[in-house]
Design a protein around this ligand. Sequence first.
Ligand code: ADP
Length: 628
Amino acid sequence: MSTKKKQKVQEFEYKAEMKQLLNLIVHSLYTHPEIFLRELISNASDALSKVRFDQLTENKTEEDGEELKITIMLDEKERTFVIEDNGAGMSEEELITNLGTVAKSGTLGFLQALKEDQPEQGGIDANLIGQFGVGFYSVFMVTDEVTVETKADDSPGCIWRSSGEGTYTIEKIDREKQGTKISFTLKEDAGEFAEAYRVETIIRKYSNFVDFPIYLDNKRVNSITALWQRPKSELKEEEINEFYKFISVDYQEPLDYLHLSLEGVVSFKALLFLPKEAPMDMLYQQGALENHGPQLYVRKVMIQHECKELLPEYLRFVKGVVETEDLPLNVSREVVQNSPVMAKIRQILTTKIIGWFESLAEDHPEKFRQFYKAFGPVVKIGLNTDFTNREKLIELLRFESTATGEGEFTTLREYVDRMAEDQKEIYYLSGDNRQQMLSNPNLEYFRKKGIEVLLLVDPIDVFVIPSISEYDKKPLKSIEKADIDIKPEEGEEKDALSKNMIEPVLRIFKETLGDRIEDVVESQRLVSSPVTLVGGKDTMDPQIEKMLRMMKQSDAAGKKVLEVNPSHPIIKNLAGLCMLDESHPVIRKTMSQLFEGALLLEGSLESTAEFVSRMNDIIEAATKQAKT
Ligand code: ADP
C-alpha cells in the first residue's frame, strides 16, 4: 500500500557536458558494468556517514535511532534491483545539483582522452575507471531507467526519475523516513546483477570495508573492521592489501605499507600505503595533488575523504587512513586547517614517511626504485618547500651518471665517495635522454679525464638541482656553464693552434655571429668537436630555457658563449684560410654553420631552412673540389 500522493511532475534537462558523459559511460565503460554496485554502495555509505556524524555531534547515540545500514533487495525473475540506505537523503535542490551535473570537473576530458587512447579495447580499461568517479551514472550501464526516492531531514520527499538520455523528472511525494532508495529493472544482458551470489561476490570484492553493514536480501554480507586500530601483529598481509584496494580504488596491490600507532604530544594511528604507480590525474593535471591526502577519522567517524592538511603536498600520493582522538568531532574545514594538533600530526607523519622511504632504500632497493620511478618527481618538490627535511630529501635523490649503466642510479653520497681527491665540484648535465646527453660535446673533457658527470633526465631536476648548490661542501655545477673549473691539458698544446693563429679565428667568429652570441673563447674542454655552446655565468640551464620557450613564458633564448676547439682540424683549416684571405666567403659560412650545428645539438635551432641551404652550399663546394 502506498502513501504517496501524486503531485506535479517537473521535467529538467541535463547540461550538455552531462549528456556527453552519460553517453561515454554507457558506451565506453560497458565492459565492466559491475562497478555500478561499488558506486551506489559508496554513495550510500557517504550518506550514512553524514547521519552518524550528526548523531555524534549532537550527542545522540546510534541506539536512539534505527541501525545505520545499506539494504539490497533482488528479484531474479523480475530482474529488479533495489538499494536503500537510511542516510542523509537529498532535498529537491540537492537532487538537481548532485544528480544533474558532473561532479568532478575534468572527468569528461579524462574519459574522452582515455577512450581515444584505447579504441581497440572497445572500452576504457577497468583498472582506470576507479580514478574517475563516474559515480551514480554508472548505473546506466545496467539499466534503462532509474528511480531515486529520497528524503532529507527537514525537507519533503522527492522522486527523481531518468532514463539517462537528456532529461530527468522530479516529483514531490510524501515520505516519512529519511534516506534514499534507488530502484531499477536490469537490462536483459545485465540479469546477473539480480543474482544474490554474483552480487555478494562483487560486494566482497569492492565494498568489504564499507563502514556500515550491508544486507543482501536480509543477510549481512560485508565484514567491517577498522584495520588501523588493530595491533600490527594481528594484521594479515592479504587483508591489508584488500583494504588498500578498497580505500584507494586501485586494482593493484600496494607497493608497501606503514602502520603507525603513536602516543605522545598527540596520539594517532595510521595505516599508510604507497601505490605501485602514480595515478593518471597526477600525471596529467597540474595541481592534481592539491586535494589529495589520506582519510581523516576522529573517534571512529570519517571526517574527510581526502584530508590534504595531513601531509605536505609533495607526499600527498601516500594513501591511507589516519585516526586521532585529539580533535573534536565537529571539526570544520577551518579548524582542520588551523589546528595545532593537525600541524603536529602532519609534522610527525612527514618525518615517519621520509624514514619509511629511507628504510625502503636501505632494505628493499628494488621497491625503492619502483617508488622513485613513480613518485620521485613529486617528492623533489619537497626540496624547495620543506626546508626542515631538505637534507634528508637530498639523500633520497637518485641520478643516472656517466659512471652508471642506463637505468641505474647513484646517490650524491656515492658520487662524492667516488670523486678523485683533486675534484672540487660535483658536475651535472641535463637533457631529454641519456643518448643525447652522451653525445654532448661539453662532456668530452670529462669523459677523457674520467670525471663522473650526473645525467639529469627527469625534467624537474633542472628546477631543483641548481637549488641544492652544495652537497658535502662541494658545489654542484652544470658542465654547460662557462665558469667551471677546467684545466688546460698539459703537453697537448703542441697540437693546438698558437695564440696568434687562433686569435683571428675568434675575432671573425665574433664578427660573423654578432649579437647572436655573448662571447667567443678558446675551449679547454673539447676533444673531438670543433665548437660547443656553454651558458654564461648568469644564463639559465638550456633545459629550463627550452621548457620556458615551449610554455611561451620567454621567447628570448639567453645568449651563449661559443667555445672553439683549437686542436680541431676544421678550426685549424679556418685559421689557415684566415692567414691567406680573411674575406674568403667560406670562412663565414663555415662559422655560421658550426654555430647553428651546436644549436641543433642542443635542441634549440629554430629555423632549419637556412641551416640546410648553407650546408648544401658547403657540400657543393666540397664535391666540386673532390671532382677536380
Ligand atoms: P560522487 O559520489 O563522486 O560525488 P555521484 O555521481 O556518485 O558522485 O553522486 C553525486 C552526489 O549525489 C553525491 O556526491 C551525493 O551528494 C549525492 N548522492 C548520491 N547518492 C546518494 C545517496 N544514496 N544518498 C544521499 N546522497 C546521494
